[in-house]
Design a binder for this molecule. Structure first.
Ligand code: ADP
Ligand code: 5GP
Length: 216
């Protein structure tokens, strides 16, 4: 944990950082997002809405808000989503409140979304940090998808085709990480967030803190 670093000084006002992490399916974004949140405080996961069915050990309200097509369409009509997109034949969306309830409080928000969503969030929140995670090579990506044992051969074949297109279309992302070694990839994602936090510290609040602080 980073409880005692510059970034954890209370009252050093800054808005939270919108951090989008995208990758082709199997690229490792779920693994990296979990590790990041276990390692750093002050960053929270945006729980998306989806029309796809709950998988394995997923929990409603924790991994996703699982909704039917009617409910999703209702939220679209109400303009409730910060972004939404059709991904692998299902609809996924980020509710506006995932950002609104945290960013003004200085909490960073991690969005595990696809590149269509990344493009939409970046258009609506200009200081969004866009991180794209790539697998080391296509054979490794296929092996990771197979080892995960959550998808059929058919689905894996479709995801591999989509992976190529997603990687090629991600040129507008601001940061890229190749997820070969998990610890190194984690360190890189962590470094991106820490550097962004340092970049956004409120100078006046920071100086005031130093000047008025009593010795420990
Ligand atoms: P995504 O969320 O992008 O679809 P996951 O995080 O589910 O990808 O990762 C896909 C699979 O690959 C998981 O079984 C995960 O444990 C594994 N994995 C992720 N990163 C690495 C890595 N650097 N080395 C080996 N296996 C990895
Ligand atoms: P999965 O069904 O494997 O959890 O996710 C499939 C894809 O949908 C992943 O690329 C994931 O990042 C993306 N995704 C998840 N939630 C959202 C969302 O709210 N919006 C968008 N645009 N994509 C999402």
């Amino acid at each position: 944990m980073t409880a005692n670093c510059t970034l954890a000084i209370p009252g050093i006002g800054r808005r939270g950082i919108p951090l989008v992490v995208s990758a082709p399916s199997g690229g490792g974004k779920t693994t990296l997002c979990r590790k990041l949140m276990a390692d750093l405080s002050g960053v929270e996961f945006s729980v998306s809405h989806t029309t796809r069915a709950l998988r394995g050990r997923e929990q409603d309200g924790v991994d996703y808000h699982f909704v039917d097509d009617v409910e999703f369409s209702k939220l679209v009509a109400e303009d409730a989503f910060l972004e939404w997109a059709q991904v692998h034949g299902q609809r996924y969306g980020t509710h506006q409140r995932e950002a609104d309830s945290r960013l003004p409080l200085g909490l960073d928000v991690l969005f595990d979304i696809d590149i269509q969503g990344g493009r939409q969030i970046a258009a609506r929140i200009p200081d969004t940090v866009l991180v794209f995670v790539l697998p080391p090579d296509m054979a490794t990506l296929e092996m990771r998808l197979r080892n995960r044992k959550s998808d059929s051969d058919d689905v894996i074949a479709r995801r591999l085709v989509a992976a190529r297109a997603e990687m090629e279309a991600a040129s507008f992302y601001t940061h890229f990480i190749v997820n070969d070694d998990l610890e190194r990839a984690h360190e890189e994602l962590r470094s991106i967030l820490i550097a962004e936090r340092l970049r956004r510290l409120d100078h006046h609040a920071l100086v005031n803190h130093v000047l008025t602080r009593s010795a420990p």
